[in-house]
Design a protein. Structure first.
Length: 165
């Protein structure tokens, strides 16, 4: 059946189904030593999402304090990434983040997190911090869309239509 192929790949990508075993390497042995049960993965995912939501909520209270806002907003984003690491495993998540179709979004996202902290903690500029937060937000959306088939193409087309119409 054609639909079972994409369903199997989807389950493998989110860590719900294991791929065929690879030859053991040091990295593979490290991953096996730190493997969590499915229940613990779900708990870790839920906990990380809860922390991300908490940090997002706290950041909104400190919007006019650039250093506090930047730290809390960046912690929220890091917690969101950690949540997906619980589902896939950290090594697989990092490998997927730097795949050909995601590397650009990943680099912009990580750079925007660093720039947000720099603008808030070193420059102390509310406007510059806000600019980097917006870049960080859109880079996260673009990165997340890379996991949804054709989402980037649809978003690009929609934005193009909005700008031209």
């Amino acid at each position: 059946m054609a639909s079972s192929g994409w369903w199997t790949r989807l389950k493998e990508n989110v860590g719900l189904q294991q791929e065929e075993p690879e030859p053991p390497t040091l990295l593979h042995q490290l991953e096996e030593a730190t493997t969590l049960s499915r229940t613990h993965r779900v708990y870790g995912f839920a906990g990380s999402i809860a922390f991300a939501l908490l940090f997002f909520a706290l950041a909104s209270f400190f919007f006019l304090s650039p250093s506090r806002f930047a730290i809390l907003y960046t912690l929220a984003n890091l917690s969101a990434i950690a949540a997906t690491m619980f589902l896939m495993g950290p090594i697989k998540q990092v490998q997927k983040m730097f795949e050909k179709g995601r590397i650009f979004a990943t680099i912009i996202y990580v750079a925007a997190m660093g720039a947000t902290l720099w603008a808030a903690l070193k420059v102390h500029s509310i406007i510059l911090t806000l600019v980097f937060v917006i870049v960080q937000f859109f880079a996260l959306i673009w990165y997340c869309m890379s996991y949804i088939p054709f989402a980037r193409q649809l978003a690009s087309k929609a934005v193009g239509n909005m700008l031209s119409g």
